[in-house]
Design a protein around this ligand. Structure first.
Ligand SMILES: [Zn+2]
Length: 158
């Protein structure tokens, strides 16, 4: 059952990025909220889908391994994919902190007592893993799902 859902999510997300015109912000939200109701473990599936996409496809499109340029590329990608405005707000050694304003998954939603932007967290993780060539874990610390007015992602490389 879980495998089937992972495949479904992968397929839907591929379609979302291939042909954004046919998938509005509302339908992406609908997809994510429906999966919450229907599936157990979809959060990790979303995270893995985002990570796979960023590692296999997005990171290759960014020619530079220089972290300043790579982060600028990632910020640009979030805007182009209409996912929100991503900004690197803190960096110390192996730790990167990003904020996303107007996140397409959670901005303005009714708080549900938990963070929901696992796909976005996965994208950041996969992208950083490819660029840093290290294992990276990303945790979302602020989210519209928690009632915050932006998302915050803390990435830790090891
Ligand atoms: Zn969020």
């Amino acid at each position: 059952m879980e495998d089937l859902w992972k495949k479904t999510i992968d397929k839907e997300l591929d379609a979302f990025f291939k042909d954004k015109g046919s998938c509005s912000r509302t339908s992406k939200r609908l997809l994510i909220y429906s999966l919450e109701w229907l599936s157990v473990g979809y959060f990790s599936a979303l995270y893995m889908a985002g990570k796979k996409f960023a590692k296999n496809s997005l990171a290759e499109k960014c020619g530079s391994d220089d972290m300043r340029e790579a982060n600028a590329f990632l910020e640009d990608f979030f805007v182009k994919a209409e996912m929100g405005e991503l900004k690197l707000v803190g960096e110390s050694g192996v730790r990167y902190v990003y904020r996303v304003e107007n996140c397409s998954s959670c901005a303005g939603m009714c708080p549900v007592g938990k963070q929901i932007c696992y796909f976005e967290a996965g994208i950041i993780a996969g992208f950083l893993e490819a660029k840093l060539r290290k294992r990276v874990v990303v945790r979302e610390t602020l989210c519209g799902g928690l009632g915050d007015d932006c998302c915050e992602f803390v990435a830790r490389a090891s």
